[in-house]
Design a protein around this ligand. Structure first.
Ligand code: TXA
Ligand code: MG
Length: 332
């Protein structure tokens, strides 16, 4: 029996991203079910963004403590542009980076199809046109905006492969489209264009340098939390957290710690680490971003009480990596 509307599906179907799998996934979404799918950043936990009951199931499956606003995913730029009001900056960013790992927060159109619950009652809406071919094909087949946070339990590390999704959500979601490893590995960059200077709410797959090159200036920092710019899950101090404690910028490894390296440098005592992974032996931040969340999950599985992480430079995707690691290390 498979009731796509049921909050607790009997089993989670693992679907291949072929024509049949995509058709099944789209049908489940259109019937109000939850379907995880790959994007170029991380796996998303999708629900029909026009249906508040479907969106509510996302919060239940993730055990998200509060109703934070979700990103609505659209199949192409024109359908995304129709959901909100784009000022000159927003339009330029959409043209430069969609499809791609950029989310734009803009004033919602009065007639937006993205329901109130997905927007957490805000006058704004977060929109993204993903570039991953499986995500695009799925969105095309659904023909509606799809709300999707990362497909992990709230507070846990975001999933970059199908098994990560099942580790957290098996039995809680109707289906999972298996698209292999997600290439970017960190979530989308979130930029708010709500009048005045665009604000960088979350560093991510599009670098600050790339934003500056299109805008001609640096985006502003987020405003202090107010009704317009809520503190979302991605902005909570503690987030993206493995089970183990995370210690940053280590120069010396303590016995029994797991060690996360970047580049060829080795901290003192590295030989006594319980487990070692290198995000990028060549010191490439793009490669490191793609491996980050998988490495945190794998080092967690070593059973170490602490994951020691060497310093990672803030260049390129390094800014997003440092942001996620700082949240993983924050007091819980
Ligand atoms: O790469 C990604 O962005 C992934 C994939 C699945 O697309 N999704 C993702 O969603 O990371 P989530 O829910 O984990 O993060 C969405 C971020 C949150 O920090 C949320 O607060 C912010 O976007 N956000 C959404 N709507 C907003 C709004 N109206 N105003 C301000 N921030 C908003
Ligand atoms: Mg998330």
């Amino acid at each position: 029996m498979n009731d796509p509307g049921s909050t607790v599906p009997a089993a989670t179907r693992r679907l291949d991203p072929d024509a049949d799998g995509l058709a099944q996934a789209a049908a489940l979404l259109r019937a109000g079910g939850l379907v995880a799918f790959p994007t170029e950043t991380v796996y998303g936990l999708g629900a029909d963004a026009t249906d508040p009951a479907a969106v509510a199931r996302i919060f239940a499956a993730k055990e998200r403590p509060r109703f934070n606003p979700l990103i609505a995913h659209l199949a192409d730029r024109d359908t995304a542009l129709a959901e909100g009001t784009f000022d000159d900056s927003a339009r330029r960013l959409a043209e430069a980076f969609w499809p791609g790992p950029l989310t734009l927060v803009v004033p919602a159109h009065a007639g937006t199809r993205v329901c109130d619950l997905a927007r957490a009652g805000l006058p704004s809406v977060a929109l993204r046109v993903p570039g991953h071919p499986v995500a695009r094909a799925l969105l095309e087949a659904v023909g509606r905006p799809v709300a999707a946070p990362s497909a992990n339990r709230s507070g846990r590390v975001s999933p970059t492969r199908a098994d990560h999704v099942l580790d957290d959500l098996a039995g809680r979601i109707a289906a999972l489209l298996d698209g292999g490893d997600t290439p970017v590995g960190v979530e989308s960059t979130v930029v708010a264009c709500l009048g005045g200077c665009p604000r960088l709410l979350r560093p991510g797959g599009i670098t600050r340098d790339a934003l500056r090159a299109v805008l001609g200036f640096d985006p502003a920092a987020p405003a202090a939390a107010d009704s317009e710019t809520p503190v979302g899950p991605g902005m909570l101090a503690s987030h993206y957290a493995p089970r183990a404690r995370v210690r940053l910028d280590v120069e010396r490894v303590e016995p029994g710690e797991a060690l996360l390296l970047f580049g060829f440098g080795r901290p003192e005592g590295h030989e006594r680490a319980r487990a070692v992974l290198n995000l990028s032996p060549a010191g490439d931040p793009t490669e490191a971003a793609a491996r980050l969340f998988g490495a945190l999950r794998d080092l967690d599985a070593s059973g170490a009480a602490t994951i020691a992480v060497v310093a990672i430079p803030a260049e390129g995707l390094g800014e997003a990596i440092r942001d996620r690691l700082a949240r993983a290390a924050a007091p819980r």
